[in-house]
Ligand binder design. Structure first.
Ligand SMILES: Nc1ncnc2c1ncn2[C@@H]1O[C@H](COP(=O)(O)OP(=O)(O)OP(=O)(O)O)[C@@H](O)[C@H]1O
Length: 228
């Protein structure tokens, strides 16, 4: 569950990115976050894994109060929230296997469990056969699948994807979308900020539209609703 009440975010340079946001997202929902460039989508998403703090307002992830949470509890929160970025952000000198294993090593997963879990998630994103490759040897879509495997390796309750198909061609974008839907089908909440009109209008889900730091539309099975 994600709950936001009266959330404002003003950056140190004076730009107000969020301007009084209220929303409630249940466990297991799939939500598209849409809106023009600069509307506040990434800021909204960053608040959920505490990459940014709200200037005002309350944010709860299940029973965790993010506004008052101590810095030392951030790692615990991030075990519940996986993140996927437009530009993949893989470690270039590590293999596919190592990139995913690393995510489990940093949270001190028992070494005996790591191998099985890494191979399971690589299987889930259909990349078991490329475990020994390095990112440069993969296509963009494959790199994004590795970054998804890394994000779900520790079974987060929420998966955040900030324009996950932004660097990919239409066919590859669809592959990524199908994988996200499969992850959602296992009960993981998915929040996907996107400019991909075709996907939003074809695979109907809840749509939250943000403009000027405010939610201007929130519809179940909504449309993309913008020209670009
Ligand atoms: N770290 C920051 N410091 C100052 N201003 C920022 C920072 N990050 C974002 N902003 C500003 O906040 C506003 C909202 O930005 P945000 O990245 O949340 O928009 P967005 O909807 O994700 O845009 P896009 O679709 O282009 O990714 C913009 O005016 C942006 O310039």
């Amino acid at each position: 569950m994600i709950e936001m009440q009266g959330v404002y975010k003003t950056y140190p340079n004076g730009v107000t990115a969020l301007n009084g946001l209220d929303t409630h997202i249940d466990q297991g929902e799939f939500v598209y976050v849409v809106g023009p460039s600069g509307a506040g989508k990434s800021t909204f998403i960053k608040l959920i894994f505490r990459e940014e703090k709200p200037s005002k307002g309350s944010i709860f992830i299940n029973d965790i109060d993010l506004a008052s949470m101590k810095e030392k509890r951030i790692p615990k929160l991030r075990r519940k929230v996986g993140v996927v970025y437009q530009d993949f952000r893989l470690l270039p000198r590590m293999t596919v296997y190592e990139n995913v294993a690393f995510a489990l090593e940093v949270i001190e997963e028992h070494p005996a469990n790591i191998r099985t879990r890494v191979m399971d998630v690589l299987d889930q994103v259909r990349l078991k056969n490329k475990a020994r490759f390095i990112p440069d040897e993969l296509s963009g879509g494959e790199q994004q699948r590795v970054s998804i495997a890394r994000a779900i390796a520790n079974r987060p309750r929420i998966l955040i994807a900030d324009e996950p198909t932004g660097n990919l061609d239409p066919e590859t974008s669809w592959e990524i979308m199908h994988i996200l839907e499969e992850i959602n089908a296992t009960g993981t909440t998915i929040l996907m900020a996107t400019h991909n009109r075709e996907i939003v209008n074809t695979v109907k889900k809840r749509v939250i539209a943000i403009e000027d730091g405010m939610i201007v539309r929130d519809e179940n099975r909504g449309d993309y609703g913008y020209e670009i």
